[in-house]
Design a protein around this ligand. Structure first.
Ligand code: SAM
Length: 328
């Protein structure tokens, strides 16, 4: 196996798989107020089809898989998919991104199926704001419980992703950072990315440099290494903190030059870049009995199509799919 690399010599070893476009929340930064057109069930890849793609990708050099959505935990039988993926020899890291609402119910089963670690989206610690951001009446306590259960069953690390939005949750930056001092919380602050059909995106942006300026009130941020993974976040620790703070800067300092990812949408499109609409269809070829060699050619084509970088700074915003369909 020689490994995959794109036309800019970036090694590509990471596949993010969206297992459903459906979600039990309607977060304001992810789903537009008008809602989204749902993909019909027959158009969603089966677990066997996802496995076939993952197997071919692994034979080409993919060794890390992240399951995302929509909300991956609302698709039934997810532990079964994890078990199938865990049997692929070359795959040595399977992780999950979830909103955490169903995590306490499934964490133990996910862990024994072969899941290693989990990222939980948590944008606020306050119930009223949770309802505002998610547009639904779920309980933020369910997410906090999910985080604790995930830790207790050995999913490690549990990373918490907060999309920081001006005037919405940026007043909680210090509360989240304080949690990293007292407890082993690994919080990542993410710059808000604009998406085409989203309401008032520009007003929400808070740069990481502004976040850091505010956080330094709690003490100096000492650079540190991530506990696992080599993703785009830069990690720091406050003095004597048990946990860490990561910053993800898709806008103010894009990390495209280190991008190692491909994305598979729930309806079987392979997407070379989160922030560009270009996609290659795998579903139809899979359903027409494509050979493993043919599938690998399509994966290589997607890798060859990876753009050098996104073009948000020039005003290009992906239009074809909302975030909830791509999986973040
Ligand atoms: N439902 C799962 C969840 O909530 O984590 C997985 C899907 S969600 C689309 C995956 C990630 O995308 C989340 O961590 C979310 O915070 C991030 N995300 C969605 N829209 C975003 C935006 N406009 N800017 C930055 N991050 C965004």
């Amino acid at each position: 196996m020689t490994g995959l690399s794109d036309s800019f010599q970036r090694p590509i070893n990471y596949l993010r798989i969206s297992v459903t476009d459906r979600c039990n929340l309607r977060c304001i930064y992810c789903v537009s107020s008008g809602g989204v057109r749902l993909i019909s069930h027959g158009e969603i890849l089966t677990y066997e089809e996802i496995y076939t793609v993952a197997q071919a990708a692994a034979e080409l050099g993919i060794n890390k898989i992240r399951l995302t959505g929509g909300e991956p935990l609302i698709r039934s039988g997810l532990p079964k998919l994890i078990q199938m993926l865990a049997q692929i020899d070359a795959i040595d890291d399977i992780s999950l991104t979830t909103n955490g609402t169903l995590l306490s119910r499934y964490a133990a089963e996910l862990k024994s199926a072969g899941l290693r670690r989990v990222n939980v989206s948590l944008d606020t610690l306050k119930q009223d704001k949770f309802e505002f951001i998610t547009r639904l009446g779920n309980n933020v306590g369910e997410v906090l419980e999910g985080i604790e259960v995930a830790k207790s069953v050995g999913l490690n690390p549990v990373k918490l992703n907060m999309v920081v939005m001006a005037g919405i949750n940026d007043d909680e930056l210090l509360d989240f950072a304080a949690k990293t001092i007292a407890e082993e919380w690994h919080v990542r602050f993410i710059e808000h990315m604009p998406f085409a059909d989203e309401d008032t995106p520009a007003l929400r942006f808070v740069s990481v440099s502004e976040m850091r300026r505010r956080l330094e009130r709690l003490g100096e941020l000492e650079p540190c290494l991530p506990s696992v993974g080599n993703g785009p976040a830069k990690y720091f620790r406050l003095p004597h903190a048990k946990g860490t703070i990561g910053f993800i800067t898709p806008i103010s300092e894009h990390f495209c030059f280190h991008c190692n990812r491909l994305r598979l949408t729930a309806d079987g499109k392979l997407r070379p870049c989160l922030l560009a609409d270009d996609e290659i269809d795998l579903k139809q070829p899979l359903r027409s009995g494509i050979s493993s060699a043919g599938l690998k050619q399509l994966i290589e084509q997607a890798v060859a199509n990876k753009p050098l970088r996104h073009h948000l700074a020039e005003g290009y915003v992906p239009k074809e799919r909302p975030m909830t369909q791509v999986g973040g």
